[in-house]
Ligand binder design. Structure first.
Ligand SMILES: *[C@@H]1O[C@H](CO)[C@@H](O)[C@H](O)[C@H]1NC(C)=O
Ligand SMILES: *[C@@H]1O[C@H](CO)[C@@H](O)[C@H](O)[C@H]1NC(C)=O
Ligand SMILES: *[C@@H]1O[C@H](CO)[C@@H](O)[C@H](O)[C@H]1NC(C)=O
Ligand SMILES: *[C@@H]1O[C@H](CO)[C@@H](O)[C@H](O)[C@H]1NC(C)=O
Ligand SMILES: *[C@@H]1O[C@H](CO)[C@@H](O)[C@H](O)[C@H]1NC(C)=O
Length: 506
């Protein structure tokens, strides 16, 4: 009896070991923080011991959840107004700007007094989860705690996330996230796409990586080169899904969890509920997201948009920070509202959005067609994709006027195709064996249970770049073919000469 009990105690496997997890979310924007908090709260609900380094303390954290606030005030640019100017940046200006902002930001995180205190506190962590976005020096934490490194790419997969995991990123059909190309590119687009990806990759290796390595060595003096740590990622969680994007091949430790942040709809405030319920001709939701402040938009463009809205019979809910604007009768401003709860309302017929990834994902989740006003970064790509898939129309910020916006919005409202495709995509999204959040939990716990994911690590990571791209094979083949051709040619020539000689002689 006692033996049996002992046996049970010793040999019945525990479901999963509980881990000490450090989450690092260094971005200031609401949407990035939402994603980090959602993932870490879910881990805490599975009884893991979670510590979150964050710029925005989450509301009502559970008991096994410690929050350490990073104070970035006075560091780097406070994103806001100038973002609207970024639509006329070319890819390289954007690359440089983003790199320099992120670099300052990363150093500010490491220099922060609370972060320094944590590093001195002799704590141990089994897993470090952080956002993948220009913060490469923070990989020093994974080394410092000898922890498994798990990255969350809030922007979906990029050439850099793929490179770190030994995943193929083929520029012939995967457009760069800062370009507005559809997946089916023509020759010029493929050429440009490949060129931009090549330059970005060289920029990363020659500029970003050394800069981040220098910062990392400063704060983690015994760390190996960042060049080694970059490619030691156990799990890359990517915020995308084939229902909202294009199907791509992924190695097993690149896991798509797009849509994991979406909660089932909650009740709206009484006022908004009544307003939307009474929208018998349908309603439109308009939001430029949380980083781009609508009140910093060009005044003329705001007027153009309002003129178009004023001519519609639909009711409009506009997430806007400034209520001093003269509004048409059918437009109502809200300063803050849960976007998903609005999109869930059955009367909402269109979503006018800047095209952030969370917004386009939510549009598909609820099957709402969109009019996209992309401004910068991956918004161009997300909206080009929506257009390609057929559930949205694009009106780039630079070319927005009453005519372009009016035509686009009326098309989405009156042509049933857009709604049908949005609904079809929505059904595909919801038809999954497990929810995206459960999938994230499964793979994180898989990593904890099996002491990392060395069994999932792509062997591509052990090859040199010329081996991976088969350059050495191609060259040796080319060489062999040349040598053989030369020999055959020589032989042929000699034989032929002798024959001619013979014939002449005769
Ligand atoms: C951390 O450990 C070191 C060496 O074991 C010790 O000197 C130091 O006082 C500890 N710090 C704290 C905050 O416990
Ligand atoms: C890579 O990560 C594992 C944990 O997953 C760790 O044990 C190992 O030391 C790391 N290797 C390097 C070179 O940092
Ligand atoms: C939400 O609304 C429904 C129906 O109006 C009501 O029955 C329910 O109690 C509400 N839930 C909350 C949490 O207010
Ligand atoms: C609706 O839009 C689709 C896709 O853009 C297009 O093929 C179709 O002709 C449009 N239908 C009408 C009636 O305009
Ligand atoms: C976990 O793996 C690392 C190598 O990544 C190894 O050094 C360590 O001993 C392993 N730990 C256990 C408990 O197996």
């Amino acid at each position: 009896m006692l033996c049996a009990l002992l046996f049970l105690l010793l040999f019945v496997p525990k479901n999963v070991e509980l881990a000490r997890i450090l989450g690092i979310f260094h971005e200031k924007s609401f949407s990035h923080q939402t994603l980090g908090t959602k993932l870490l709260f879910a881990l805490a609900s599975k009884n893991h011991d979670v510590t979150m380094l964050t710029t925005v303390a989450p509301k009502s954290p559970p008991n096994n959840f410690a929050v350490i606030k990073i104070n970035l005030q006075g560091h780097a640019t406070d994103s806001g107004g100038d973002l609207f100017q970024m639509y006329n940046y070319n890819v390289f200006q954007l690359l440089g700007t983003v790199n320099s902002i992120e670099l300052q930001w990363t150093e500010a995180v490491l220099a922060d007094t609370n972060v320094q205190q944590l590093l001195l506190a002799n704590k141990t962590f089994d897993v470090v989860i952080m956002e993948q976005l220009g913060n490469h020096a923070l990989k020093g934490f994974c080394h410092f705690y000898n922890a498994h490194c798990i990255m969350l790419s809030t922007m979906g997969s990029t050439y850099l996330t793929d490179e770190q995991m030994g995943n193929s990123y083929n520029p012939s059909y995967v457009p760069y996230r800062f370009l507005n190309y559809p997946p089916q590119m023509n020759f010029y687009q493929r050429l440009h796409n490949s060129f931009v990806i090549l330059i970005s990759s060289l920029y990363f290796h020659w500029v970003s990586l050394p800069q981040h390595n220098a910062i990392m060595q400063k704060y983690f003096p015994n760390a190996p080169s960042l060049n080694d740590l970059m490619y030691n990622v156990s799990l890359m969680l990517v915020n995308s899904h084939y229902s909202t994007s294009i199907p791509v091949a992924n190695v097993p430790n690149v896991v798509e969890i797009g849509g994991f942040h979406i909660d089932p709809p909650k009740n709206l405030s009484h006022e908004i509920q009544k307003y939307l319920d009474s929208a018998t001709d349908g309603a439109i939701y308009f939001s430029m997201g949380s980083i781009l402040k609508s009140k910093l938009m060009d005044k003329q463009k705001i007027q153009n948009i309002l003129n178009v809205f004023g001519k519609l019979k639909q009711k409009i809910v506009w997430k806007f920070e400034d209520d001093s604007v003269d509004l048409p009768m059918n437009v109502r401003i809200v300063k803050w509202v849960s976007q998903t709860d609005i999109l869930a309302h059955p009367n909402v017929r269109a979503f006018v959005t800047h095209g952030g990834l969370l917004s386009t994902t939510e549009a598909i989740y609820f099957g709402i067609p969109i009019v996209g006003i992309p401004v910068f970064a991956d918004q161009n790509f997300n909206i080009a994709l929506a257009k390609h898939l057929g559930y949205g129309v694009s009106v780039p910020y630079s070319s927005l006027d009453e005519k372009t916006f009016g035509t686009a919005l009326n098309m989405v409202l009156n042509n049933k195709t857009f709604k049908d495709i949005a609904l079809q995509r929505s059904k595909i999204f919801h038809d999954q064996p497990m929810s995206p959040l459960d999938r994230a939990m499964f793979w994180i716990e898989h990593c904890i249970k099996h002491n990392g994911t060395s069994h999932l690590r792509s062997i591509a990571l052990d090859l040199r770049w010329y081996q991976y791209s088969m350059l050495d094979i191609m060259l040796s083949l080319l060489f062999s073919i040349s040598v053989i051709s030369m020999i055959i040619w020589k032989l042929f020539k000699t034989l032929f000469r002798q024959k001619i000689f013979k014939i002449k002689k005769e």
